[in-house]
Structure formats: structure tokens, C-alpha cells
Design a binder for this molecule. Structure first.
Ligand code: AMP
Ligand code: MG
Length: 391
């Protein structure tokens, strides 16, 4: 049997970061920056008021001053503030020449012809200085940054309309199994509703990629090959579930083994021992042939597909290990690494859930972590420190 680490290492040695492309900002959310982004101008570009109030010379207040002008944000014709004058000014409006402070409207009577200012104001009060956020030419985001809402904001804020990014990988998810029925349709004897395609497509999206659920192809290898042919043109990766074990009617194994570019292995883990991985077509699109049991396919996704998607996005694939104290004793088969489902609490403990079978999807849905038990450990006493993976 092959180790989990060896299987992951092969996957990571095969998949490549996606090539950068230039995208409109509207399409850049969730992508990874492929360039350093800098600002062509200082931000703010000019000294401006931080508050609604009056621009004055600090030495003139307190007192009553004539209001000689009114400036809104966006104004560009400004009268200078001479000695003894005030200009009514709004947040974001440029500071008029001559003024050295802004008096917030709350410190005044709010007058529009003349204004009564009741208290002293320090020089520089409520002025946002040019370049206070960003200097001209300064890098505001480095290549390798994932673009979230605030990152999108600063890219727009430095005036960019398009940006070079590594796109989100497009991942097609296909279920196999003659027993599968679309949720919403009635079940006949021997049938179950297809859950894996939903779980895996959602997991793809949560991993920062674009998931396309292609539905289920039964157990016919020819139908699977046909579907793969259809989807290969638009996919950066493909995930199948089911049809990779040792029984008969294993369409994924039957369809892909003869190609010679996809290998089927027994990986020393539980759940999820049968695993297929390889590449398809001239573009060498990675394909992850995951086992069909719902818990197995999800655990396999977390261990093998997620880091691969990180690499395709141009991100680091290593995550810092998390540990917790297990609340009950655990058992694990010798020679296989176990990933037991548990509930991780904020007090640093993890409680194994009831129902550790690889078909027990409800138990998985009640968990928020996988408890890792190494290959050479068969019994873990309650209270021990264990490694956990958040899910
Ligand atoms: P297989 O790997 O195809 O032998 O499937 C293993 C087990 O997982 C069987 O009990 C299948 O019915 C079940 N299974 C396979 N695919 C799915 C799916 N898409 N949704 C839910 N259960 C599945
Ligand atoms: Mg099957």
C-alpha cells in the first residue's frame, strides 16, 4: 500500500499553477494576484477634510467668522481662506489654501453666512493628508495575494480596471453509480440519492475554485468516457466519485486504466483506501478518481484535492498543524492513517462523533474536524493530544 504522503506528493508534483490572465475587476474576486499592484498616485491624492465642518486658520478660533465659500467633495474651484475667514467644508472635500484645520460642525452653531466656533482647534485637526494611506509608486498588494472584497477595493482604489491574476480553477464533478438518483426524484428499490456530487462541488467552491456539477453517469465506462470528453475542454481538473474499488462495475477504473495516464492505488488510509489519480488529454488535465463512500470521497477531497487546488491557484499547499485533546479513547487499524470525524471545541478538545462508518454522512455532517491517527498507532487513550484537520 502507498502512504498518504506519497500519494499527495505525486499529486503535487503533477499539478501546475494555472497560467496568469488579465481579468476585469468584476471577475477577479477569489482569484490570486499574479502581479504586484502599485498606486500611480498618492492616496489620498490631495489633503482633504476628514469631517463635515469649517476650514479655518487655527489662530482665528474661537470666535465668529464669515463663511466665504462652501466646498463639497468633488469641488475643484476653491477660494483661499484668508485671515479671519471660514469655508464650510464636507468630508472628502479638498482643503482650501490658507486653512490649516477643520472645525467639526458639532463644535459650531452650523451657520452658513457666519459661523460661531465655541472652542480652540489644534493645527492640522481633521485633515487627511495626501499620501497618508499610500505613497505614489508604493506596492499595495503583492503577487500571490488572494483577492477578497477589500483587496478588490484597493485595486479599484488605485485606479485599475483590469488585473493579472491566476484564475480560480474550473473543476468538473462527476458521480458514478447505477444506484444513484437525483435528489428530488423518487427512489426505487436499491437506489440512493446522489449526495457526493453536491458535497464535492461545494467543497470545490469552498476551496476557492469554480465547481461544476455534471451529475451522475451510471456504471457504464463508455458513458463516463463520453462525459469526460465533453467536459475536458472547459475543465482545469476533474473529480469523479465511485467506481474505483475492487468489485465488478467499477466504471472509472475500467474506463481510465487502459489510458495509461491514470493510476489506481490502495492508499494506507481509512476511510478512503482506493484512490485514482492521473492526467487526461493533450492538456494533461488532472483527474482525481475518489472512492464512492460519501465520507471517503469527502476526506479524500480534503487530503488530496484541496492542496492540489491551492497549488493550481498559486498558493502554498502546507497548512499549520492543529492539535486538540481527544475526549474519548480511539481505535485505528494498524498500518493505515485514520481520519476520524470529531467535534472540535473552543476549549481545545475534540470529541469523536457517533457513527464512524465511511457511509455515515449524517455523522460527517455533525462533525467539524477530522482526528488524525498515525499509521503505527492502533489505540489512543482518552485525553491524548491528537492532530486535527478542520473541515
Ligand atoms: P463505489 O466506490 O462506487 O463502490 O461506491 C461505494 C459506496 O458509495 C456504495 O455504497 C455507493 O452506493 C456509495 N456511493 C457511490 N457514489 C455515491 C454518491 N454519488 N452519493 C452517495 N453515495 C454514493
Ligand atoms: Mg459504484
Amino acid at each position: 500500500m502507498r502512504s498518504v504522503d506519497a500519494h499527495l506528493a505525486e499529486i503535487l508534483a503533477t499539478v501546475r499553477p494555472l497560467a496568469p490572465l488579465e481579468l476585469e475587476l468584476e471577475r477577479a474576486l477569489g482569484t490570486t494576484l499574479a502581479e504586484d499592484v502599485s498606486s500611480p498616485v498618492p492616496l489620498p491624492p490631495f489633503d482633504n477634510s476628514a469631517m463635515d465642518g469649517y476650514a479655518v486658520r487655527a489662530e482665528d478660533v474661537p470666535g465668529t467668522l464669515p463663511v466665504i465659500d462652501d466646498v463639497a467633495a468633488g469641488s475643484d474651484e476653491l477660494r483661499a481662506v484668508g485671515p479671519g475667514h471660514a469655508v464650510r467644508i464636507m468630508t472628502g472635500a479638498p482643503m482650501p489654501a490658507g486653512a490649516d484645520s477643520v472645525v467639526p460642525v458639532e463644535w459650531t452653531d452650523g451657520g452658513t453666512v457666519s459661523v460661531r466656533i465655541n472652542r480652540d482647534v489644534p493645527v492640522g485637526n481633521a485633515i487627511r493628508r495626501a499620501g497618508e494611506d499610500v505613497q505614489a509608486g508604493e506596492v499595495v498588494l503583492k503577487a500571490g495575494t488572494v483577492i477578497g472584497p477589500a483587496q478588490l477595493g484597493i485595486i479599484a482604489g488605485v485606479g485599475r480596471r483590469r488585473v493579472w491574476v491566476r484564475p480560480q480553477p474550473r473543476v468538473v464533478v462527476i458521480s458514478t453509480g447505477a444506484e444513484l438518483v437525483e435528489p428530488g426524484a423518487p427512489l426505487n428499490r436499491g437506489q440512493i440519492w446522489d449526495s457526493n456530487s453536491f458535497t464535492l462541488t461545494a467543497a470545490v467552491r469552498e476551496a476557492g475554485a469554480e465547481g461544476f456539477r455534471a451529475g451522475s453517469v451510471g456504471d457504464d465506462p463508455a458513458v463516463l468516457l463520453d462525459q469526460l470528453d465533453t467536459h475536458l475542454v472547459r475543465a482545469d481538473a476533474i473529480i469523479t466519485s465511485g467506481g474505483v474499488s475492487m468489485g465488478a462495475y467499477e466504471p472509472v477504473k475500467e474506463a481510465l486504466s487502459p489510458l495509461g495516464t491514470v493510476r489506481f492505488e490502495k492508499v494506507a488510509m481509512q476511510p478512503g483506501m482506493p484512490q485514482g489519480f492521473g492526467v487526461l488529454g493533450d492538456d494533461r488535465v488532472p483527474i482525481f478518481a475518489l472512492p464512492g463512500n460519501p465520507v471517503s470521497s469527502f476526506v479524500s477531497f480534503m487530503l488530496f484535492v484541496r492542496p492540489a487546488l491551492d497549488k493550481m491557484r498559486g498558493l502554498p499547499t502546507e497548512t499549520a498543524p492543529v492539535t486538540a485533546y481527544v475526549t474519548a479513547a480511539l481505535r485505528s487499524p494498524s498500518g493505515r492513517r485514520s481520519y476520524l470525524r470529531g467535534v472540535l471545541s473552543s476549549d481545545g478538545t475534540v470529541a469523536p462523533v457517533h457513527g464512524q462508518g465511511s457511509h455515515q454522512l449524517a455523522a460527517l455532517a455533525s462533525a467539524n474536524a477530522l482526528i488524525v491517527v498515525p499509521e503505527d498507532v492502533t489505540e489512543v487513550p482518552g485525553g491524548s493530544e491528537v492532530e486535527v484537520i478542520r473541515i
